[in-house]
Design a protein around this ligand. Structure first.
Ligand code: GLN
Length: 197
């Protein structure tokens, strides 16, 4: 089967690192800023950055509804950190006017780890990722307060859920794109391949 094309939402955040990680995991990777570009990809990564800014720019660029529509209709999506916040059906400690796309029945608390520790690294055992723990890079990271019945918890750090999957939507509190270990991106590329067959 041909190589899947995976976009990285390029409104704000660490776009380049995800493009590199996706290419290393055998996908064709390209930045996505406009609805026409979104229409051309088989899957999408929402990077880390600042979810309040990303939310605002999604409105300005006319991307909010097209993104919601594609997530609803089954396009595989993977969000890291701010991207995880964007994929939560409900958030805590967000800005009042902050929008999310939704996709995972979970409540995510923004900057939750940040209140304790601005940034840190920790070994994280993640279900679906073989070969030992991944290096979790947490930067003003959110955690998942609770998940609904359809969401599957894939990883926990310090008693807090930090990786979740619900059907075609994957989210991590941490940033695998910053480590040079492409196993989580490879898992996502597999999800995109599976959705195409
Ligand atoms: N604290 C940021 C937010 O609220 C997320 C930080 C990150 O993506 N590294 O969006």
């Amino acid at each position: 089967m041909s190589t899947p094309t995976i976009g990285v939402l390029a409104l704000q955040g660490d776009v380049r690192e995800h493009l590199v990680a996706l290419a290393a995991a055998d996908a064709v990777a390209r930045p996505v800023r406009r609805p026409e570009e979104l229409a051309e990809v088989d899957g999408l990564v929402i990077p880390g950055g600042e979810s309040t800014t990303m939310s605002k720019l999604a409105v300005v660029f006319g991307m909010l509804e097209p993104l919601r529509e594609r997530v609803r209709s089954g396009m595989p999506v993977y969000g890291t950190c701010a991207g995880m916040i964007m994929l939560a059906d409900k958030i805590l400690d967000g800005r009042e006017d902050q929008e999310t796309l939704g996709g995972i029945d979970m409540i995510v608390r923004r900057n939750a780890f940040g209140r304790q520790n601005e940034s840190f690294e920790a070994a994280v055992e993640m279900a679906g990722v073989a070969g030992g723990p991944v290096e979790g890079v947490f930067i003003r990271a959110p955690w998942v307060e609770s998940v609904g019945a359809r969401a599957e918890v894939l990883a926990v750090h310090d008693g807090h859920t930090v990786a979740v999957r619900q059907d075609h939507v994957l989210a991590t509190s941490f940033h695998p794109e910053l480590t040079g270990d492409h196993r989580v991106h490879a898992l996502f590329v597999e999800m995109v391949r599976a959705a195409r067959t």
